[in-house]
Design a protein around this ligand. Structure first.
Ligand code: NDP
Length: 441
């Protein structure tokens, strides 16, 4: 018995790898906690961020949890201060710690700087959101896809957008394509947050990134605009190298959907990053849309903030100083990582596919329901950070265990979905399948 335990520990120590996590916000806190729940994979973890005190707070919280070291071995956690935009210091930190993977769970603005540092230090990379220039509320993959050849040549892997959406939605898509369809014709991604934090207005993840996303024009992806039934709300159609974007005014397309375990909610069409890569990678795809639920109070507050200029991303002069209104607004709003104890209710995020298999039509819905309070009890966070941080940990686990190791720069639908789907069930994000779901009109 004693020998078996020792053998287990020796085996675990040999298999365990080193991960470096950049960022110490709501999502990073969950990813770190879930890594510590998998010490057989994550032997050592360095949490490095702009404010080291937040890294230390995450470490102390994890080490005080009843599940820490429950498996007889524990993740060795250390912390460091780093500004991820300071490439020479970041490269030095990576070289000193020698991680097997660097995970960017800070902000999308840092993606390229961290990818540069990874190339220089020779380490693989993962993030949860695609690059966005700070001075332009616009995101697309082109900037990060431009690194493909350099990562391939260096023999390194970059896993892009490994949260829930993007992330799990693409794993769901790869799983549907692998097991249930010859061709997928339409995909609707439905992101519902039925939780309530009790504040009149707060965002569930980084306020700046969140508000930039929802205040932007809506758009959906079509292979051929001739096949699409245009809506009144459509403003513009733009061709790009693979497909077309059909643009709408912000929040112009609204649908109501009855979500399992949440109930009926208003949801609005948004532009979302995974539409771009899925348009390239799903066989036979004709249309992809993304919907997110918002309550009327959130939308009224957002409109008001927009109307008074507080969501502007360009610097303005204020008492002889330059300030960016949206950054100022972020400082006023509740920190998303503090919403855990107050948020009650559930999220329901999933994908509805329609397509063909063996000459017959197939309708398929796969989704996860996550309870805010259960997340809080386990890791001290609300479900939005949880549903992002857990997949980020699983993506790193896939890489470190040799299951997702294709060289180059890849989005999540480009890897084998099966081991990831198994981990979702094992790590707190179980999924459900429905054939013949209610269709989104
Ligand atoms: P937070 O704002 O809570 O945390 C961001 C963290 O990054 C903070 O700790 C911040 O430091 C740190 N940071 C910012 N700039 C730098 C820098 N230059 N160098 C080092 N650290 C820096 O964000 P969230 O945790 O809510 O979100 C994290 C990421 O997850 C974002 O990219 C977001 O877009 C993404 N996301 C993805 C989702 C998905 O499903 N794919 C869903 C939700 C979020 P400091 O503490 O000093 O402010």
């Amino acid at each position: 018995m004693g020998i078996a335990i020792w053998r287990g520990i020796v085996y675990t120590v040999r298999m365990a790898k080193k991960a470096m996590l950049i960022g110490a916000g709501g999502v990073a806190g969950v990813a770190a906690a879930k890594m510590a729940r998998n010490p057989e994979t994550f032997g050592e973890l360095l949490i490095a961020s702009r404010t080291e005190a937040r890294c230390k707070a995450i470490k102390a919280d994890i080490e005080s949890r009843p599940w820490f070291a429950e498996k007889g071995v524990s993740t060795k956690i250390s912390t460091a201060q780093i500004d991820a935009m300071d490439t020479p210091r970041l490269v030095a930190l990576i070289r000193a710690f020698k991680p097997d993977i660097v995970m960017n769970i800070a902000l999308p603005y840092q993606d390229l700087a961290i990818m540069d540092a990874c190339l220089e230090a020779g380490v693989s990379y993962l993030d949860t959101a695609n690059y966005e220039p700070p001075d332009e509320a616009h995101f697309e993959y082109s900037w990060q896809w431009a690194y493909r050849e350099r990562f391939e040549k260096a023999g390194l892997t970059a896993i892009l957008g490994c949260g829930f959406d993007p992330g799990v939605t693409q794993v769901f898509s790869a799983y549907a394509q692998k097991h249930y369809f010859d061709t997928i014709e339409t995909l609707d991604i439905l992101d519902c947050n039925g939780g309530d934090h009790g504040y009149p207005f707060a965002t569930n993840f980084n306020p700046e990134i969140n508000i930039r996303e929802v205040a932007a024009k809506g758009s959906y992806w079509v292979a051929d605009p001739k096949d699409d039934k245009p809506e009144v709300a459509v403003e513009n159609k733009k061709a790009f190298d693979k497909g077309w974007w059909v643009e709408t005014a912000p929040m112009a397309i609204k649908r109501v959907y009855d979500f399992d375990q949440v109930g009926e909610k208003d949801m609005y069409l948004l532009h979302h990053e995974e539409l771009e890569s899925l348009g390239c990678n799903l066989k036979g795809i004709k249309r992809i849309r993304f919907f997110m639920t918002f309550g009327q109070s959130y939308l009224t507050h957002l409109k008001c903030l927009e109307n008074v200029g507080l969501t502007r991303i360009d610097p303005i002069d204020f008492k002889g100083q330059k300030i960016v209104p949206i950054e100022f607004l972020k400082a006023l709003l509740p920190d998303p990582s503090s919403l855990g104890p107050r948020t009650k209710g559930k999220t329901n995020i999933g994908c509805i596919f329609h397509g063909m298999k063996d000459g017959k039509p197939v309708d398929y819905y796969v989704y996860n329901v996550c309870d805010h309070q259960e997340c809080y009890r386990e890791v001290g966070s609300q479900a939005i950070s949880y549903t992002t941080g857990v997949p980020a940990m699983i993506g790193a686990k896939m890489f470190l265990e040799g299951k997702w190791t294709e060289k180059g720069v890849h989005t999540c639908e480009e890897f084998d979905p099966d081991p990831f789907m198994v981990e979702l069930n094992a790590q707190g994000l179980p999924w459900k399948e429905i054939f013949d779901p209610v269709k989104v009109p």
